[in-house]
Ligand binder design. Sequence first.
Ligand code: IMP
Ligand code: MG
Length: 183
Amino acid sequence: MRRDIERVLWDEKEIAAKVAELGAAITKDYQGKTPLLVGVLKGSFVFMADLARRIDLPCEVDFMSVSSYGKKSETTGAVRIIKDLDANIEGRDILVVEDILDSGVTLSYIMSVMRVAGPASIALCTLLDKPSRRQVPVELRYKGFETPDEFVVGYGLDYAGRYRNLPYIGVLKRSIYETDLKG
Ligand code: IMP
Ligand code: MG
């Protein structure tokens, strides 16, 4: 799979150091609380697994899955919930865990839906942030790395469902999409 990657942006060691830093910050900020970590599937599964083990507090995890309507290449703003949370989030301290914050459309929708359920607090932790692509403002409490406006894969992030299992994060070669477009 390495040959499909143009260049590696963050290797395993750099990611582990950043995840430890985020876990330490969360541990400090949520003293005396039992946060509910909410992962957005599927991209967050790797980050969630590592981050949860760097949080030295009693905490719980839950997952939800959403899909956007419209073409993959454009963000229409309409979001459909495929799998909702199992937990009742009323009165809970919610930490939403995402792989990447891009346009912000998906996350602003998810967070506005959750706010209606009356959590005690709600904050967002994303491993990657692509601020150049933002269409909707989203309040970001914990951020790992800022990423350039390029298509990245690995550590949970996919292209057409693949590459999530790469242990590092890298830019996917353009030739991979071009082959796809040709058919
Ligand atoms: P948005 O913030 O609503 O645009 O949605 C962000 C979602 O788009 C992420 O959870 C990813 O699934 C996907 N995404 C955005 N940029 C990338 C990328 O560079 N690589 C892989 N997936 C991406
Ligand atoms: Mg995602």
